[in-house]
Design a binder for this molecule. Structure first.
Ligand code: HEC
Ligand code: HEC
Ligand code: HEC
Ligand code: HEC
Ligand code: HEC
Ligand code: HEC
Length: 312
């Protein structure tokens, strides 16, 4: 108990220190000065308990010590998918993000208070480094990424980056550029996307990033795929960004369809039933068939993501 309290006190002291040193990237992530204290929040020189000289046994545990359900070092609780504006001393994002607002990336364990039906699994038995469509032509096939363990640091650089949300400048061996849009005053619950939002996903699922006009009717390898990164306007349909559909609004990247228009990067609690649960036979699985226990990170129930734009 004493040890826990001591650890908690350390986190609080460290978090308090952050108020004075808040950097554009947020929290202890980057913008370091020559006399920075930040390294000491995450690394030990001689008595580290984790590889990379970390103060926690793994990168995942380190991130969750501040960003998890029990974390006290950050307001963004990525485990439950909520912004808790008063739980840490950090003020990053509090002016623009409502207390208890669902986070833009979703949640790893819960999203909008419901247990997730799919996630980019960062822990336990479900954690794998096999990604669908890794490479230009492998759509529907799982191929290992360069990181032996798929973790938070596969996508984010804890030391800050020139990209939006400290997304790494190099992911899975590919250069990644995602424009920063709200670095001066963070907003963690309203879409703030700029150019290149699909690039982070394309780094590991390259075969899904197909952008040609008429892509849906153009054979690419052995299958067809939905076009990405085009304007969302389809035919004479109502503008989903201003009228919504069935009460839903799809987020768009500068008026364009990005991977995140349909998918949440961390985890989703969307419900899949009927044809969306195993396809016409009821027994299918990914690729192609979502199920009640695997919603493929889709942000809305069943295929609501299709109706928002196509309104059939
Ligand atoms: C928010 C926590 C955090 C802070 C603050 C932090 N690091 Fe790190 N650092 C990490 C993590 C996590 C890794 C391992 C990343 C991985 O798993 O790939 C790492 C890896 C490293 C590495 C080895 C890999 C590389 O990027 O070269 C070095 C060197 C390093 N950190 C130095 C520093 C220094 C110096 C500071 C202070 C200026 C610092 N770190 C601050 C979390 C942090
Ligand atoms: C597959 C890549 C990927 C992985 C893995 C990942 N993230 Fe993220 N994360 C993102 C993206 C993309 C965003 C930006 C979401 C947005 O603004 O629409 C984000 C946003 C965030 C945010 C800002 C709050 C929010 O929800 O927008 C935090 C904090 C965060 N991630 C922490 C983590 C932690 C901690 C882990 C590991 C447990 C992790 N991320 C794993 C891609 C990833
Ligand atoms: C010592 C506490 C601490 C640790 C450890 C920590 N973070 Fe953070 N992080 C913060 C704070 C504070 C913020 C500012 C926002 C907030 O209050 O949640 C932040 C913000 C972020 C953001 C949003 C950056 C932006 O541009 O808005 C991401 C993404 C993120 N952290 C990922 C990670 C990842 C991945 C790890 C593990 C490698 C990690 N963090 C470890 C405290 C921490
Ligand atoms: C660093 C590599 C990496 C990046 C970047 C990445 N993914 Fe993944 N993705 C994986 C791996 C590995 C898996 C399989 C393991 C898993 O599902 O956790 C996966 C699984 C998935 C799945 C299937 C989930 C399921 O239900 O099984 C979807 C959908 C997906 N990713 C979409 C995305 C989107 C959208 C982005 C961008 C926001 C993205 N990925 C970015 C590596 C990545
Ligand atoms: C954010 C808006 C948006 C969403 C969401 C969306 N679409 Fe589309 N869809 C488009 C646009 C725009 C095009 C035209 C692409 C082009 O220029 O080739 C298109 C093309 C298509 C086509 C090809 C039509 C043709 O003329 O060849 C089909 C089929 C289709 N979508 C089905 C779907 C399905 C099924 C879903 C749900 C999984 C979906 N769409 C979700 C905007 C969207
Ligand atoms: C218009 C909505 C939409 C967009 C945009 C979209 N996806 Fe999907 N994605 C889906 C749907 C729906 C599924 C469920 C399976 C299916 O219908 O093929 C899916 C499934 C997946 C899967 C799981 C494997 C599989 O093939 O079933 C991965 C990985 C994936 N998407 C990655 C991406 C990436 C990467 C992007 C951006 C380059 C992206 N998606 C953009 C709707 C979308």
């Amino acid at each position: 108990m004493k040890k826990v309290l001591f650890a908690l006190a350390l986190v609080i002291v460290f978090a308090l220190a952050l108020v004075g040193t808040a950097a554009a990237n947020g929290g202890p992530h980057g913008g370091y000065t020559a006399t920075t204290d930040a390294c000491a929040g995450c690394h030990r020189a001689h008595t580290a308990v984790g590889p990379n000289l970390l103060v926690e046994t793994s990168t995942y545990d380190l991130c969750m010590s501040c960003h998890g359900s029990a974390g006290a070092g950050a307001d963004t609780n990525v485990e439950d998918g909520f912004f808790l504006s008063t739980r840490s001393a950090s003020t990053t994002g509090t002016a623009n993000t409502a207390d208890n607002a669902p986070l833009l990336a979703g949640g790893f364990a819960f999203y909008k208070t419901v247990a997730v039906t799919s996630s980019h699994n960062m822990t336990g038995a479900g954690n794998t480094n096999l990604a669908w469509g890794n490479g230009a032509t492998n759509r529907g096939v799982q191929v290992a990424i360069t990181d032996a363990t798929f973790t938070c640091a596969s996508c984010h650089d804890p030391h800050g980056s020139p990209n939006y949300r400290i997304l790494k400048a190099a992911v899975n061996g590919a250069a990644v550029s995602v424009t920063q849009v709200d670095e001066a005053a963070k907003d963690y619950d309203t879409e703030q996307w700029g150019a290149g939002q699909s690039n982070i996903c394309a780094a590991c699922h390259g075969a899904y990033h197909k952008t040609a006009v008429g892509q849906g009717s153009t054979l690419d390898g052995t299958t067809y795929t939905h076009r990405i990164d085009m304007s969302y306007a389809y035919g004479a349909n109502a503008n989903p960004e201003t009228v919504g559909f069935g009460g839903y609004f799809l987020p768009l990247a500068g008026g364009n369809v990005a991977c995140q228009t349909c998918h949440l990067p961390h985890g989703s609690s969307a419900a899949m039933s009927g044809f969306a649960n195993g396809g016409p036979t009821g027994s299918g699985s990914l690729p192609g068939n979502t199920t009640a226990t695997d919603s493929a990170l889709l942000r809305l129930d069943n295929r609501a993501v299709c109706e928002v734009c196509h309104q059939k």
